[in-house]
Structures are given as structure tokens and as C-alpha cells.
Design a protein around this ligand. Structure first.
Ligand code: DQQ
Length: 491
């Protein structure tokens, strides 16, 4: 029998949250009913239904002992909350938390491989479902790998990417870091997902190298998958002092060895972390990431919630080998009233107010001819006097896309900065900006699948304006379309 989590025979889903008057709470991004969320986990499409699990602390808007929250969708847009999927078992291998992990289809048995934490030890655990992912049975022999190999010199051991090899065996990467070397992924093999044999580090980063991208001392949340004929390794790079962020490698995998040739940052906005991806029934590789808060704990406690899931991103490889991410086309169902402008001249060192275009829950699709401008782009979430604004721009001399939140909020509780990432435009080709504003979330997808996501918390109710700007020369907005975006929640 099939349990359809969205159908009549399914257990009653958790109550849907109501719309909120909180001006920062997103309306079309997924987030739990309340409290704290971090990493996406266990992403899988099962019998047509998309399952999204996530690190969840229902106790309050702060890091705690995580459960796995659970939501389902038929279209990647509208989500239904289901009861919590995993909770720590007192005295069990996950007594102090069910940390991140993934889902696989073991010949018709949905199986989770996740990190159980007990007394400071982090170790891989397994759970299976016999009712189409509604409830989970933990393996009595958890953890299935008690400790990392003693000789490897690993400084951390958690988070999992599991796949079935062409030889029919299961392979698993566990996130790690090797002392004095850098982030690492440790490769294991198994015939049954329960007994694992250690093989070797599949790849080890170099923590002293900062170009083309710094990949830190430890790699959390590895995600390894074939894409467009090559293999991509996504890791969440961190160490104790520097910022954390998602990085990717692209290369060749064969004979249980990995040879990456390209490296990059996944999302240069500074708020996108611990992403995970899966292949859906259409063969698309879809990634979600955690968009964390950028306000202090006092403000977060007052809000009562923390953490937002990114929009679903469809991954592909560009001809130059870089990883591109684009918003899933399903999101277009949220588009409401449309406004458009064509061939708008933006004179040097001016801002042109798009008077009919404003809002904090809108999608913008804009194409710019750079003309002879040094910098051009959009100012969004802008108050009429410009006291608050967030700037999305392109710097021609640097060949860089930038996102400037330094004046996004007058609140002292908010972290702001300016971030840049390389974006090479062919001479004469337009700059494309696809921007999703959803209250405190901004997701930007630009030419070539380059993306930047950030959180902003304007204080003024009238910080809703959109303007085009040009500096050091003039530019043209070739086309600009804006849609009001609907909410995915009952309001
Ligand atoms: N979050 C999880 C860990 C992972 C980290 C715990 C990354 O499994 O390493 O919530 O954000």
C-alpha cells in the first residue's frame, strides 16, 4: 500500500502556519512553523512527492539538540508540514542530536544515513521507513561506524553523501578535516548500508591555499554527484575563526579516485550554507541551502524564528566547467501582477525610480546593456529618500557582481557588508539579473548561473522601492519585468 503524505490516508499533517505580520518573515520561502531551522537533510523525491527534511530545534529560535523536521511538496513550491521525522533516542547513539544526513532508495526501502551525536561523539547512524517516509525505524546497531579510522588524523567526522556505485555497492563520503592539511571527505564502501569498510580520503583540500577559493580546515555536509558527464563535490567549508561557506569542486571520478579541475564558491552572498541536492524524476539536480540570519540573538529571540530554506536551484555545468544554479521554473506559479519597462535610459550618475515597481515580495527579471557605465544595476528595498537600500550591481572594471547591504537597515542589531564575486560578461552581452525579494530574503541569480543570497532587515515600512542606477557612464535597462509573488502559506 502506498501512503500518500498529501492524500486522504495519510496522518494529519501538522497545522499549517498562518501568515505573519512580522515584516521579515518570508512568504514564499520554506521555513518551519516556528523556532529554529538549519541544514536541509534527506532530500528525495519518493513516489512523485518531494520530501524536505531539515535540522530543527522546536524549542526556540536558537541552536539546540536537533530533530529532523519534515515537509512535503508536489511542485517544489507549496509545502505541507508533517510531524517531526527523527528525534534523539534517550540513551541511543543519537541521544544528543540527530545531525545532518541524506536519504537513499535501498531497493524500495527509503533509508536515511545521518550523524548521531552522543557524549561528544559524532557517528553515522541509519534509519529506514516502511510507510513511505512518514515514520522511521532506527537501526538497533547504531552507530554503523563507531569512530573514524584512528590513523587518518581527522579532526571532525560527520555528515554524509551516499550513492550506489556501478558495481552495485554503496559508497559513502563522511565530512572531515585532516590535521594540518585541510577539509577532507572520507570514502567508505558497503553492501548493505550497515557494515562499512573504510577505503581512503576521496579528496583532501589545502587549508593554506586561498585561490581560487579558500576551502578551510573542515568540510561539513559533503554532497557528491554526477552532473553533465562530470562529478561535483559540494562541501561546506569552515574552520574555527573564518567565515563558513559552500564551495564546490568539479572533476573526474573513476576507480574510486577523484580528480577535480575546477573550484568555486557556490553562492557569494554570505548567507547560504550546508546545501544538499538530489536528482528528481525529471533528471534535474536540485539543490536547497540554509539561509541563515544576519541579526543578533536578541533580535532573533524577539522574532521567535530563525533560518530559511533557499528556493530550489537547478544545477548545471557551464562550458567553462563552473557550476551554475538557476531557480526552479516551477516558481513561476507564484507570479501575480506583472509590470514591465523596456529600453529605459539611465544617464551617468543617476538613479531612475521605477515608480510602478515596488514591494518586498516580488520577482525582478532585468537585462542591462552596460553602455559605457563603470557600474550599473538595481537598488531594491529602497526607502523614498534612499536612507535604506540594498544595491545589486555590476562593476565592469573588476568584472564583478556585487551585493551591498551596508545601508539595508538602520537597525543596530543587523550585520551588513558588501560582497563581490567574479562574473565575466562577453563584450556586448547583457547583464541579466533575476532577483527574488521575499521580505528578509534576497536571492540573486545573474548571467551564467552566478548567485548571491543575503538576508536584509529594513526598519522602514516604506523601504519597498526599486531604482535602476548607472555610475561613471550611462547604461540601458533593455527590459525589466516585475511580478508580485504570492504566498505559499494560508494567510
Ligand atoms: N549542521 C549539522 C551538522 C553539520 C552542520 C548540525 C552544518 O551535521 O555539520 O545541525 O551546518
Amino acid at each position: 500500500m502506498t501512503n500518500d503524505p498529501l492524500g486522504a490516508r495519510a496522518p494529519r499533517p501538522a497545522p499549517q502556519r498562518r501568515g505573519s505580520d512580522d515584516p521579515h518573515r518570508p512568504r514564499y520561502h520554506f521555513l518551519p512553523p516556528s523556532a529554529w531551522m538549519n541544514d536541509p537533510n534527506g532530500l528525495i523525491q519518493w513516489k512523485g512527492v518531494y520530501h524536505l527534511f531539515y535540522q530543527y530545534n522546536p524549542e526556540g529560535p536558537r541552536w539546540g539538540v536537533p530533530d529532523w523536521g519534515h515537509a512535503v511538496s508536489r511542485d517544489l513550491v507549496y509545502w505541507t508540514d508533517l510531524p517531526t521525522a527523527l528525534t534523539p533516542t534517550p540513551g541511543g547513539a543519537d541521544a544528543d542530536g540527530c545531525w545532518s544526513g541524506c536519504a537513499v532508495d535501498d531497493d524500495g526501502v527509503p533509508t536515511l544515513v545521518y550523524t548521531g551525536v552522543r557524549d561528544g561523539v559524532q557517528a553515522p547512524c541509519v534509519a529506514v521507513s516502511h510507510d513511505d517516509l512518514l515514520s522511521w525505524e532506527k537501526h538497533p546497531g547504531n552507530p554503523v561506524i563507531a569512530l573514524p579510522e584512528p590513523d587518518v588524523g581527522s579532526i571532525m567526522f560527520r555528515d554524509h553523501s551516499v550513492w550506489r556505485g556501478a558495481d552495485g555497492l554503496w559508497y559513502q563520503l563522511v565530512g572531515s578535516g585532516l590535521r594540518g592539511q585541510g577539509g577532507a571527505v572520507l570514502l567508505y564502501r558497503s553492501s548493505d548500508l550497515l557494515r562499512w569498510e573504510y577505503l581512503h580520503p576521496l579528496y583532501v583540500g589545502d587549508h593554506t591555499r586561498t585561490e581560487p577559493v579558500w576551502t578551510g580546515a573542515m568540510w561539513e555536509c559533503p554532497d557528491f554527484f554526477p552532473l553533465d558527464g562530470r562529478h561535483v563535490l559540494v562541501v561546506s567549508a569552515r574552520d574555527e575563526e573564518r567565515l563558513h561557506y559552500g564551495a564546490y569542486l568539479v572533476g573526474e571520478y573513476g576507480g574510486r579516485r577523484y580528480a577535480p579541475t575546477t573550484e568555486g564558491m557556490l553562492d557569494a552572498g554570505g548567507c547560504y550554507y550546508a546545501p544538499q541536492s538530489f536528482t528528481d524524476d525529471l533528471g534535474r539536480r536540485i539543490q536547497f541551502g540554509w539561509l541563515w540570519e544576519r541579526r543578533n540573538s536578541r533580535a532573533v529571540e524577539e522574532a521567535g524564528w530563525a533560518g530559511v530554506m533557499s528556493l530550489p536551484r537547478v544545477l548545471s555545468l557551464r562550458p567553462d566547467g563552473a557550476l551554475a544554479a538557476r531557480p526552479a521554473p516551477e516558481l513561476a506559479v507564484l507570479r501575480g501582477r506583472r509590470t514591465s519597462v523596456d529600453n529605459l535610459q539611465v544617464a551617468a550618475d543617476t538613479n531612475v525610480s521605477l515608480r510602478h515597481v515596488q514591494g518586498d515580495c516580488i520577482e525582478i527579471l532585468a537585462r542591462f546593456d552596460l553602455g559605457d557605465a563603470e557600474r550599473c544595476g538595481l537598488s531594491v528595498r529602497r526607502s523614498p529618500d534612499g536612507e535604506e537600500e540594498t544595491i545589486i550591481g555590476y562593476d565592469r572594471a573588476q568584472g564583478a557582481l556585487y551585493l551591498d547591504t551596508r545601508r539595508s537597515s538602520q537597525s543596530p542589531d543587523v550585520e551588513t557588508d558588501e560582497r563581490r564575486t567574479a562574473l565575466a560578461l562577453e563584450p556586448g552581452s547583457p547583464l541579466e539579473l533575476n532577483v527574488f525579494l521575499d521580505r528578509s530574503v534576497i536571492e540573486l541569480y545573474a548571467t551564467g548561473g552566478v548567485c548571491m543570497s543575503v538576508r536584509v532587515y529594513p526598519t522602514r515600512a516604506d523601504s519597498q522601492g526599486v531604482e535602476a542606477f548607472s555610475e561613471g557612464g550611462s547604461s540601458v535597462v533593455l527590459s525589466l519585468e516585475v511580478w508580485e509573488m504570492g504566498s505559499i502559506w494560508e494567510e
